[in-house]
Design a protein around this ligand. Structure first.
Ligand code: ZN
Length: 279
């Protein structure tokens, strides 16, 4: 299934794509895709709905992040070798973990607002996974059974805030709108191998990042297992899993950062696309 949420910010309703790719509204049946709806038995119930009989979502309706009531927004840093190199960092021996503010979560095509005075806004296309069942100290072998699905993410970053303002990376990655998610939560039955997802990001039509999750240092299963040794992962938790090379910070001879008016387009194959205007 491809689950989505449609409507104005804060008023999103649940929906899903039907077999022809049309968005259908499910708000007559369920209130919203809150974390309890990501349990396997609930997803099975959703899969039994005859989507063709549900109302169409009007074309052009805004999409929100595909999950409601997210309680943790965790990020993995430096999870692709070439990105670690372009960032001038060593290949990590264990996953680098940081958090993004929940208030940074946005719809997949919402405008990205650069903070006042920001001169170092940057892009990071990433694969996100969403937890379906509580994961606490799980093995790599059982890790993926705790994942409900996958979605596309942009880990928008303000590099000066991230690097020059002290503390950890969270300052540069938590501004409102710095966490676009979607367009859909694609359930795991439709993603047989999360290590085979193509990722491409363009700025104003020019390819900046083109890679594949096959190049990750730590796989999704390893990331789930690793995180669950240090924290309990709850249904609805979103984890973004690192970006490949090609960010603005790594451009030679000088870094290139986002300017107001730029347009970012992201494509993750079966996980769909995002388009964000920078304002
Ligand atoms: Zn990132």
């Amino acid at each position: 299934m491809k689950l989505l949420r449609h409507g104005l910010p804060g008023q999103e309703k649940p929906g899903a794509l039907d077999s022809t790719g049309k968005a259908r509204d499910l708000s007559l049946l369920i209130p919203d895709f809150t974390p309890e709806w990501l349990a396997p038995e609930k997803l099975n119930a959703l899969a039994a709905i005859d989507l063709e009989r549900m109302p169409l979502v009007p074309a052009g309706t805004r999409l929100g992040a595909p999950v409601a009531g997210i309680r943790q927004f965790v990020a993995i840093g430096l999870n692709y070798r070439k990105h670690a190199q372009e960032a001038g960092m060593e290949i990590p021996k264990e996953p680098v973990v940081f958090n993004k503010a929940l208030t940074s979560i946005a719809g997949p095509n919402d405008d990205v607002t650069l903070p006042p005075g920001s001169e170092a806004g940057d892009w990071e296309i990433e694969l996100a996974f969403v937890i379906g069942t509580v994961a606490r100290q799980v093995t790599v072998g059982e890790a993926l059974s705790h994942v409900a699905g996958y979605c596309l993410a942009n880990d928008v970053s303000e590099r000066d805030w991230q690097i020059k303002r002290g503390g950890q990376w969270g300052k540069g990655k938590s501004f409102d709108g710095f966490g676009p998610l979607g367009p859909w939560l694609v359930t795991t039955d439709e993603v047989p191998d999360p290590q085979a997802i193509p990722l491409e990001l363009r700025v104003n039509g020019e390819v900046r990042q083109r890679s594949n999750t096959a190049d990750m240092i730590f796989s999704i299963a390893q990331v789930v297992s690793h995180l669950s040794q240090f924290m309990t992962l709850l249904p609805g938790d979103v984890v973004i899993t690192g970006t490949p090379e090609g960010v603005g910070l790594g451009m030679k001879p000088t870094p290139v950062f986002l300017r107001r008016g730029d347009v970012m387009t992201l494509d993750a194959g079966p996980l769909g696309t995002q388009t964000q205007r920078v304002i």
